[in-house]
Design a protein around this ligand. Structure first.
Ligand code: NAD
Length: 364
């Protein structure tokens, strides 16, 4: 029997409440599909800081390296807001991304039909939205050299950041874009600012060259300003978007708004050899305002587990079952507090997990 090793890093706050629900979903998939999952937990974030003095527990990185994939919760909270920069809870997550060379961040934004009214956009605009933003995560403007601030004698100053990419870096994120588009509706929008930036001109040149290896995917080049407008004007135009680090940071947050609630948004950070190593986490944080109450929405964590099945384990049909199970439970009218409205049934974190587990089990 195939057995997958999954590192589980729940972190802090509601990370500790939603991650166990994602684990239960994978256990249900394991039972249904006849594959084994071995879960091993490690501390990260504030929990690791309290217990071990650092934001990533000793052994956690090795555990992640030795695992097929990582289920991550969320890190941080007011308790650790004052700790030194290098010990801050999020340093644990950043260290994992860096050490595992996770260079692609995938964030789907999907508008669930029964939650359309939770979106700030009109139903006629947002209905049917189902897109994926792939953001380059380790290069571009956030990491380019030179960077720094020059202070002048007259009291003035000059600050520099550099947007830089090698053709190799562009090629690997472009390939990720085409591979993901292939698993979706086979349309890829490569987003850049090629009318102004030379780095974008190289980006366009490399993406166009890589496209020859993916004749089944339809490629378009879109300027980032046009993309930002189109996302709120006609989001259904997009399937898969691939873009530079900073552009992706902004566009993925813009796309997130389309879905309506933080509790519904999964994500994946992929990299390593063949781009299969992945860290899967809900987009939301530790939600200190609701932590410990059992009311957090586990759907973002559960959909992250579905992404784990699809992108690290190549188990697309199992991922489809999890996605469909979430949809069915929502169709039945069950809602956690963040997405609750008149006429729907209010449930807590574990009850929502139970309902989705049961739908996954029924699907096999
Ligand atoms: P947040 O995402 O934690 O919460 C924002 C709002 O959304 C809150 O009102 C919260 O109750 C609600 N919310 C979030 N997830 C929810 C869920 N699953 N179910 C129901 N409601 C949900 O963002 P924040 O308040 O800005 O940050 C809180 C802490 O989390 C901070 O310490 C921040 O640094 C950290 N954070 C961590 C990550 C991460 O680990 N990747 C990401 C973002 C924020």
């Amino acid at each position: 029997m195939t057995t997958y090793r999954i590192a589980v890093l729940p972190g802090d706050g509601i990370g500790q409440e939603v991650t166990p629900e994602a684990v239960r979903i994978l256990q249900a998939v394991g039972k249904g599909a006849g594959v084994g999952f071995e879960f091993e937990e490690a501390l990260v974030g504030g929990a690791a800081l309290d217990a071990t003095g650092g934001p990533l527990a000793p052994g956690a990185l090795e555990l992640c390296r030795a695992s097929h994939a990582i289920l991550f919760g969320a890190v941080g909270g007011p308790r650790w807001d004052e700790v030194a920069h290098e010990k801050r809870p999020e340093r644990g997550l950043l260290a994992l991304r860096k050490e595992l060379d996770l260079y692609a961040n995938l964030r789907p934004a999907k508008c669930f039909p029964m939650l359309v009214d939770a979106s700030p956009l009109k139903r006629s605009v947002v209905e049917g939205t189902d897109l994926m933003v792939i953001r380059e995560l380790t290069g571009g403007l956030y990491f380019g050299e030179p960077r720094g601030v020059e202070r002048f004698a007259d009291g003035g100053a000059r600050a520099i950041n550099t947007m830089a990419y090698t053709s190799r870096e562009i090629e690997r994120i472009a390939r990720m874009g085409f591979e993901v588009a292939r698993k979706r509706r086979k349309r890829l929008a490569s987003v850049d600012k090629a009318n102004v930036l030379v780095v974008s001109q190289l980006w366009r040149e490399v993406v166009t060259r890589v496209a020859k290896d993916y004749p089944d995917v339809a490629l378009e080049h879109v300027l980032v300003d046009n993309c930002a407008m189109a996302l709120v004007h006609k989001p259904t135009h997009f399937d898969t978007i691939v873009t530079e680090n900073t552009f992706g940071d902004i566009l993925s947050d813009e796309a997130a708004i389309l879905a309506g609630s933080m509790g519904m948004l999964p994500s994946a950070s992929l990299g390593g050899t063949g781009g299969k190593k992945g860290l899967y986490e809900p987009v939301h944080g530790t939600a200190p305002d609701i932590a410990g109450q059992g009311v957090a929405n586990p759907i973002a964590a559960i959909l992250s587990a579905a992404m784990l099945l699809r992108y690290s384990l190549d188990r697309g049909p199992d991922a489809d079952r999890v996605d469909a199970a979430v949809l069915r439970v929502l169709e039945q009218g069950h809602r956690t507090r963040d997405i609750h409205s008149a006429g729907t049934k209010l449930v807590g974190t574990v009850e929502m997990g139970d309902l989705i587990v049961s739908e996954v089990e029924k699907s096999y």
